[in-house]
Ligand binder design. Sequence first.
Ligand code: ASP
Length: 441
Amino acid sequence: MKKLALHWKIIIGMVIGIIFGFIMNSIDGGKTFITDWITPFGTIFINLLKLIAVPLILASLIKGISDLKDISKIKSMGLRTIAIYIGTTMIAIVIGLSIVNIVKPGVGMSEDTITKIEQKYQNDAGVTDKLQKASAQKSAGPLQPLVDIFPSNIFKAMGEAKMLQVIFFALFVGICLLLIPEDKAKPMIDIFVSLNEIVMKMVDLIMLFAPYAVFALLANVIIAFDDTEILLKLLWYALCVVVGLIIMIGFYLVLVKSFTGKSPLWFLNKISPAQLLAFSTSSSAATLPVTMERVEEHIGVDKEVSGFVLPVGATVNMDGTSLYQGIAAVFIMQVIWPEGLTFTNQLIIVLTALLASIGSAAVPSAGMVMLVIVLESVGFPSELLPIGLALIFAVDRPLDMCRTVVNVTGDATVSMLVAKSLGKLKDPKPKEWDDNYKPVS
Ligand code: ASP
């Protein structure tokens, strides 16, 4: 398998994982075998990626900022990043709302199907869990998200992988390194330069394991599907989301071509390992180290840009999630609360889906938790909420996998745009896992 490109190896792992999952699904004791003996390897892989995410953000951002030599550049990078993030997210929501209003996947669903779905999922632990999490999120004050950016204890922030807090700390350290005399800053900068190299090498090594890990992750996803009849009933809704997500990817490719002049195929080829991992893990946070490695080493974005734009993006920029929230909210209303489908309510959805996607955690199915808040913002009756979530629950996991791909691709695209506008998009110099291996061995 040595000569095969990484993304092909990952795709082969995924396909075998899916086939294996289906085979085990049809064998007695197959599901337990996968849970006990296969899934743990996927978990180990995700743990390893999470393990290096915090040191990677710290090292990459502190080194990047201290390279900038000019504090005003940080401001212009920050403003551009946030403005483009908000712009692409709004576009995603408008695309989602247009599709769901044209196709109307929820209109005409039979009472029989609704009752069946209701009975099966309304009291499902997954649905109740989302409702509970949403009400915990709601009870916080309006400025809580702002307060949450400022850590009181950096070790706690790192331990709990609070991305925005770690980013704030890294920016703070980076700026102070610019403000103190160069000879005093240098030893600290050297440490972070070295830490950055080490963590990037760790990404290379962990990725050697990726084809096997995605096999485990996908086999585990397949055994969770049991009711194909319900899945088929939700096909139109699911297709609306998938088509919207594909349009969004097309939009990114147009942005890449028109603003950076790079070929869209080249971009897809370079970023694909991160996209495949996003698909397999359903988590932009777990994918972050790989996204950073691909964007810095294979696409050529400077560290000071990628170190800021990507971790911030993984946390706040979720175009796939916001597109899905727009479609899911309207779909649910079409099925069980059509009287709420006014133009004003759809405008409210644009705004709340924007905020909800910013507030969604970069972990599996976080988008569904925040969907509750989107629905509540338009006055959706609270007694119907469990039925609403039950309606879309059966297809949420596959849609989560797809929207996470878009979330990650969006972050990578914006990092290229910001880098280009600041003159920080260079020719990439990829490093392979076995660079320096011979001298050591
Ligand atoms: N799983 C998504 C992510 O990590 C969030 C979501 O839409 O649920 O980006």
